[in-house]
Design a protein around this ligand. Structure first.
Ligand code: FES
Length: 159
């Protein structure tokens, strides 16, 4: 039988112990082992952005990251973005206000990307937002609304 590794993952401030095979991706660990299904599996090969999460505050594609690689790092998923009292993150609220989704499948990845994009200071103009959000595909073509939401949230977070 394949080797398993005993690892600890810190996700949204909580530490989880799990045994995984070395090749298990962070995406499968989140979805299948920890039942954190807010992080979506689109292409499973690094091309759609649906699986975007933060590792130590930086965005990564969970489908291209091995669970064992991120042991001991601080992982944030869409489930960890709102405040503990349920108050939505400014980016989540802006996506709702701007109607920035249709089917919603790409939305968690879009939001995680947007939070990082704003934090990195790359949300100053619509062009910049489009450039830095280019790794997050939306099959419904909700891009104008997504850009508007990121713009709104960036302005709110700045003031
Ligand atoms: Fe990871 Fe598409 S599922 S980039």
């Amino acid at each position: 039988s394949p080797t398993t590794l005993s690892i600890h993952l810190t996700i949204n401030g909580q530490t989880h112990a799990l045994d995984v095979e070395p090749r298990v991706t962070l995406l499968d660990a989140l979805r299948e082992r920890l039942h954190l299904t807010g992080t979506k599996k689109g292409c499973d090969q690094g091309q759609c952005g649906a699986c975007t999460v933060h590792v130590d505050g930086e965005r990564v594609l969970a489908c291209l990251t091995l669970a064992a690689q991120v042991e001991g790092r601080s992982i944030t998923t869409i489930e960890g973005l709102a405040d503990e009292d349920g108050t939505l993150h400014a980016v989540q609220a802006a996506f709702l206000e701007q109607d920035a989704f249709q089917c919603g499948y790409c939305t968690p990845g879009q939001i995680m990307s947007a939070v990082a994009c704003i934090r990195e200071g790359h949300a100053g103009s619509n062009d910049e937002i489009r450039e830095y959000m280019a790794g997050n595909l939306c099959r419904c073509g909700a891009y104008p609304h997504i850009v508007a939401a990121v713009r709104q949230a960036a302005q709110e977070l700045r003031s």
